[in-house]
Structure formats: structure tokens, C-alpha cells
Design a protein around this ligand. Structure first.
Ligand code: NAP
Ligand code: GDD
Length: 338
């Protein structure tokens, strides 16, 4: 067995792809999971195919003792901190929960690692949302932050915490500044998956419209399977540093709709309704990343392009359109510690 890694947020989209990637590199993979998720098998669905190969530890980002307990029991070579309240719209609805989980949770983890496992390498899941009201296009590691949501503020704070632990304590801590990345495993609340599920439901006769907000917002969308490779590469470098990870191409939500509906032989203009309630109090209008540093230092390049990403997501949702009500799998079959 190779190195041992801890992934917080292993039940999420990125956590599941990263777990697969690390297993393929012969890592021993452990995950930090909320106890509530262990009790609710449906939240482990993205890991079902890996259940015999990973070890899960119950802990919450809100509880320093629970994190301390996990790190006091097992030592890790690398820690990928992906857990967060990651939905921007929700961060406006409940900014306090977002701040507690994303800021305090990151601080708890960094401090517990410093105390218990100072040689464990640390990855922080930073976000292009930190750029917010962008000062320049494309955005790189030197572009100033101007977050536009409580989520963006929380990620900028986590970024600076990570940087400060690196500079103050000589801790191997890196932040990825990842632009939007999607997949068939994307949560259904995010716009890409909302669109591809909507397409499949309309095609299957289960829905007659799709309500969306701002169709003119522009994002630099990549595939999650590509982006987790960059996370791993960051922790294999001789010195810790922060990296932008992006495709460098930008599309509007409208363009995503157009392509996704066309993939199913539909015209989005006949099915999409604008719902003003889905607009955000402060919007990030445009994001486009410059991943030159990741390309030259990490040797990282995305394998998927935009068309392939949209096609894979639509095809997956079309296939599953008839199986949405499948019962949750029992969680008991996972190896759970504590
Ligand atoms: P995701 O699918 O929403 O997954 C979030 C994960 O965090 C889930 O495993 C969730 O667990 C866990 N979590 C949330 N609150 C928690 C808490 N209080 N205690 C313990 N675990 C908690 O997010 P993702 O798309 O995989 O993104 C991974 C990370 O990258 C996040 O930090 C996100 O903010 C960041 N990021 C994502 C993107 C993107 O485009 N996907 C871009 C830049 C940065 P449950 O299953 O229990 O809810
Ligand atoms: N979710 C959602 N639902 N977004 C909509 C909708 C809708 O019905 N209609 C339009 N949008 C627009 C949003 O206003 C936003 O401009 C854009 O679609 C993308 O929204 P999301 O898919 O929710 O993603 P996000 O860009 O806000 O945040 C994601 O990417 C960040 C990186 O830039 C999340 O994954 C964050 O966790 C991540 O950090």
C-alpha cells in the first residue's frame, strides 16, 4: 500500500472522483463523513462502488473535538479538505452556517493537523468565487479577490488561513483556486446538473418546463475528473504553492442550455422559463481562468472539452430518468471507524 490520504467531503462530487483517483495510484483512502450522512445511506451513493476500498470516519466540520479525535487516531500523509457548504445561493439564505462550516471548519482542521500531524500535506479547496467581481480577465493567481457572496467570503478566508499556516508554521499547505467543474455526479442544485436533469425529465414526460435565473452569467466549466488530478499534483511538488485550475474557455448559462437541450433533440427556448426569484442578491457575472502556472509547473491539462462535458451529463441523466426514485442503499456495508 502507498500513501494514506484523508479526504474531507468525500461524499461530494469531487470527493468521490478524488477517492477513485487516489485508489488508482495505490493510496489507502480515508474519508471524514458527517454522522448524519452515515445514517442516511443516500448521501453515500457516490461512493457505493468504492465501499470495499475506503475507510470512513465520523466527524463534523462544526466540531473541533470530532476532528481532533480522527486525527489523533490515524496518521495521514496527505489531507484533502473538500468539505464545505458549497452552494452559493444557499450562502445568501444562511450565511452563518456557511461561515461556521467553511471558515471555522477549515481553521479547526488546520490547527488539529498542526498540533497532531505537522508533516501531513494539506490541500484547501479554494474557488474562483473568491474573484467575484473580477478585476481582470482571465483570472490568475495574482488577480485580487473581490468575493460577491458569503460563500465567496468564506472561501477567501479559508484561502488566507491556509496561506498563513504555510507561512507562519512552515506547514505544507496549498490552495487550489478551482473554477466551476461539473460531472454526472454534480449536485442537482447547481445550474449545469439542474439543466441536464431538467432535459431528461422533460424528455421522459416527467416535467413540462425548467425554471432558471440568470441565463447570461458566464462560467469557465470543466470536468471534475480532470480537476481532482490537479489537486493531487499540487501535493506532490517540492514546495507548497497555490494554483488556478481552469479550462480557459467561457460559456453562458444560455449556451449550456442550448447545447444540453439539443443533445436530447429539444429546443431550450420552448422549455426554459425565467424565474426572477432565482436571481442572486449579488451575482458573479463572468469567470474565466488562466491556468498557465498549473500547466507549466504541474504539467496539468484538462482532458474533457465543454461539448464532451455537456454530452456526458445529458446522456447520464437521460439514462437515469426512469430510475430517480431508486431506494437509498444501506450504509452499513461501508467500513466505518468510530
Ligand atoms: P459538494 O458536492 O457540495 O460536496 C460537499 C461535501 O462537503 C459533501 O461531502 C458534504 O457532506 C461535505 N460537508 C458539507 N458540510 C459539512 C460539514 N458541516 N461537516 C462535514 N462535511 C460537510 O461539493 P464539490 O462540488 O464536491 O466541491 C468540493 C469542494 O470544492 C467544496 O469545498 C467546494 O466549495 C469547492 N469547490 C467546488 C467547485 C466546483 O465547481 N465543484 C469549484 C471550486 C471550489 P454531506 O454529504 O454530508 O452533505
Ligand atoms: N444554481 C443555479 N440555479 N444557478 C443558476 C440558475 C439556477 O436555476 N439560473 C441561473 N444560474 C446561474 C447562477 O446565477 C450563476 O451565475 C451560474 O448559473 C452558476 O451557478 P451554480 O451552478 O450554482 O454555480 P456557482 O458558479 O454559483 O458556484 C459553483 O462554482 C464555484 C466556483 O466558481 C459552486 O460549485 C461553488 O462551490 C464553486 O466554488
Amino acid at each position: 500500500m502507498g500513501k494514506r490520504a484523508l479526504i474531507t467531503g468525500i461524499t461530494g462530487q469531487d470527493g468521490s472522483y478524488l477517492a477513485e483517483h487516489l485508489l488508482s495510484l495505490d493510496y489507502e483512502v480515508h474519508g471524514l463523513v458527517r454522522r448524519v450522512a452515515l445514517a442516511d445511506g443516500s448521501r453515500l451513493a457516490r461512493l457505493e462502488h468504492l465501499r470495499d476500498q475506503i475507510t470512513l470516519h465520523a466527524a463534523s466540520l462544526e466540531s473541533y473535538p470530532s476532528i481532533w479525535h480522527v486525527l489523533g487516531r490515524t496518521s495521514f500523509d496527505e489531507c484533502y479538505h473538500l468539505a464545505a457548504q458549497s452552494y452559493v445561493a444557499d450562502s445568501f439564505a444562511d450565511s452563518f452556517t456557511t461561515m461556521n462550516a467553511n471558515v471555522c471548519g477549515t481553521h479547526y482542521l488546520l490547527e488539529a493537523l498542526r498540533q497532531l500531524q505537522p508533516r501531513c500535506k494539506f490541500y484547501f479547496a479554494g474557488s474562483s468565487e473568491m474573484f467575484g467581481k473580477v478585476r481582470e480577465t482571465p483570472q490568475s493567481e495574482t488577480t485580487p479577490f473581490h468575493p460577491r457572496s458569503p460563500y465567496g467570503v468564506s472561501k477567501a478566508t479559508g484561502f488566507f488561513l491556509t496561506q498563513n499556516y504555510r507561512e507562519a508554521y512552515d506547514f505544507f499547505a496549498c490552495a487550489g483556486i478551482l473554477f466551476n467543474h461539473e460531472s454526472p455526479r454534480r449536485g442537482p442544485e447547481f445550474v449545469t446538473r439542474k439543466i441536464t436533469r431538467g432535459v431528461a425529465r422533460i424528455k421522459a414526460g416527467k416535467a413540462s418546463e425548467l425554471k432558471l435565473g440568470n441565463l447570461e452569467a458566464r462560467r469557465d466549466w470543466g470536468h471534475a475528473a480532470d480537476y481532482v488530478r490537479a489537486m493531487h499534483l499540487m501535493l506532490q511538488q517540492p514546495t507548497p504553492a497555490d494554483f488556478v485550475v481552469a479550462t480557459g474557455t467561457m460559456h453562458t448559462v444560455r449556451e449550456f442550455c442550448d447545447l444540453a437541450f439539443a443533445e436530447a433533440g429539444l429546443d431550450y427556448r420552448e422549455w426554459v422559463q425565467i424565474d426572477p426569484d432565482l436571481y442572486r442578491p449579488a451575482e458573479v457575472e463572468t469567470l474565466q481562468g488562466d491556468a498557465s502556472r498549473a500547466r507549466s509547473v504541474l504539467g496539468w491539462r484538462p482532458r474533457y472539452d465543454f461539448q464532451e462535458l455537456v454530452r456526458e451529463m445529458v446522456q447520464s441523466d437521460l439514462q437515469h430518468a426512469g430510475a430517480e426514485a431508486a431506494p437509498a442503499k444501506p450504509s452499513q456495508r461501508f467500513k466505518i471507524v468510530g
